[in-house]
Structure formats: structure tokens, C-alpha cells
Design a protein around this ligand. Structure first.
Ligand SMILES: C[S@@+](CC[C@H](N)C(=O)[O-])C[C@H]1O[C@@H](n2cnc3c(N)ncnc32)[C@H](O)[C@@H]1O
Length: 213
């Protein structure tokens, strides 16, 4: 989704279009998985325009939201939040800098459509460091574009990616990169996968994981 990130004001509408509206369901499922109880502390990495942040706030969470893009953060901060919502701590920083944040301090760490923007070594580092930021019993909640399972779903995904890639290339000259094995990468970071769910013929996936004892 990197190509839409260059224009934050068009990002939300673009994502709705590209996902046939499924993005709202994905965001709602992410927020539901991330907040087990009001006052949960949530670290959200790559908050973008703040759609998930607002849902987390709406569930009563105390959110620390980070993003490397000042334009995205600015857009996120303009999003209205409920009167009783706890204020968000906004941090302009890269995911690779989360090792500066306190360890064992969050009930969940959320990465929604952000990991696929990173190199494989950065993903491995960020997943390992995310696990360290979780308090006992905490959850890692990751949602992203993934390579669809083999067979007709993979073939359909390839067909769908042709117009998507053309549009992306025309707009900003870059392409998104679906992850080959999201659950596997999370396991390699020492986490135990407890739940996985897919949308859009398996091309959008939500994975929930806990830290191994
Ligand atoms: C596709 S957007 C998703 C935004 C939001 N999470 C959502 O689901 O609508 C990805 C966001 O992650 C941010 N991002 C990508 N790589 C990052 C990194 N290495 N460190 C921090 N932010 C990053 C981008 O700036 C962008 O705002």
C-alpha cells in the first residue's frame, strides 16, 4: 500500500476502493483483537491516518501511535476522537526505533498494513522487538497484505494485482509487496500464533500471537 502513503488525504478513500470496503472490517477486527479491556496500553506501529488508532481509543485504550511519516501523523491527529477518549501519544519515529520504548509495557502491539513496507531483516527485528514490548499475557496483532494460498485464490490475486499495480505505478511509481509467510515470520520472532483470519480470497490476513512463556 506504499503508493497511497504519499498522499495521506487520499489514503482512506483509496484503501476503501482497493479493498472493496473490506478495510473497515479489517480495522475493526484489529481493534477488537488488540483491546481486551478498557485502559489497555496499546503500541500501534505505522498508524498512518489514524483509522485504527481511533477505534482503539473508542474501546478505551491508551494508545502510543508511531509513524515515520510526518504527513500521515498530521492527518491522524486531525481525526476527531470521542470526548472521553484518552489522549494518544503520537511519536514520529521509525519502527526500527521501537527499541527505545520501554519493555514489557504494553498489553498489545499492533501493526496494521505496515510490515509489508519493510525489508525482511527489518520485519524480523521489529517483530522481535515488539514481542519484548509486551507485558505478561500481552498480544501481538498484525494485519497485512499476504500472498494468497496456492491454487485458484493465488491465480485470482495475480489477476487482481494487474490493475492494482498499474494504478499504483501510474500514481507514484512503486508497488506493494504481499508478505509470503506472515504467521511464519511471527513464529520465528518467538511468538505463539493463537488466531489467524483472512479476507479478500486470503490476500489480507490478521494474525494474533502471544509471547512464548
Ligand atoms: C499502508 S499504511 C497503514 C496505515 C494504518 N495502519 C492503516 O491500517 O490504515 C502504512 C503506514 O506505515 C508507516 N510505515 C511504514 N514503514 C514504517 C516504518 N518502518 N516505521 C514507521 N512507520 C512506517 C507508513 O508511513 C504508513 O503511514
Amino acid at each position: 500500500m506504499r503508493w497511497l502513503e504519499g498522499s495521506p488525504e487520499r489514503y482512506d478513500a483509496g484503501m476503501r476502493l482497493l479493498t472493496f470496503g473490506r478495510i473497515a472490517k479489517l480495522h475493526a477486527a484489529v481493534a477488537e483483537a488488540a483491546v481486551a479491556a478498557p485502559d489497555d496500553r496499546v503500541l500501534e506501529i505505522g498508524c498512518g491516518t489514524g483509522a485504527v488508532t481511533a477505534l482503539l481509543q473508542g474501546r478505551g485504550a491508551h494508545v502510543t501511535a508511531i509513524d515515520q511519516s510526518p504527513e500521515m501523523l498530521e492527518q491522524a491527529q486531525r481525526r476527531p476522537s470521542g470526548k472521553s477518549a484518552a489522549p494518544v501519544e503520537w511519536l514520529e519515529q521509525t519502527a526500527a526505533e521501537i527499541d527505545r520504548l520501554p519493555t514489557a509495557a504494553y498489553d498489545s502491539v499492533v501493526l496494521c498494513l505496515c510490515l509489508s513496507d519493510m525489508s525482511s531483516s527489518e520485519r524480523a527485528f521489529v517483530l522481535r522487538e515488539s514481542a519484548l514490548r509486551l507485558a505478561a499475557g500481552g498480544r501481538l496483532v498484525v494485519a497485512d497484505e499476504v500472498r494468497a494460498p496456492r491454487g485458484w485464490r493465488r491465480a485470482t490475486q495475480r489477476l487482481w494485482r494487474i490493475p492494482q499495480a498499474c494504478l499504483g505505478w501510474l500514481l507514484v511509481g512503486s508497488l506493494s509487496r504481499p508478505l509470503p509467510d506472515l504467521a511464519g515470520e511471527i513464529r520465528n520472532a518467538g511468538m505463539h500464533v493463537t488466531r489467524a483470519r483472512a479476507w479478500m480470497l486470503g490476500s489480507l490476513q490478521l494474525v494474533v500471537a502471544e509471547r512464548r512463556p
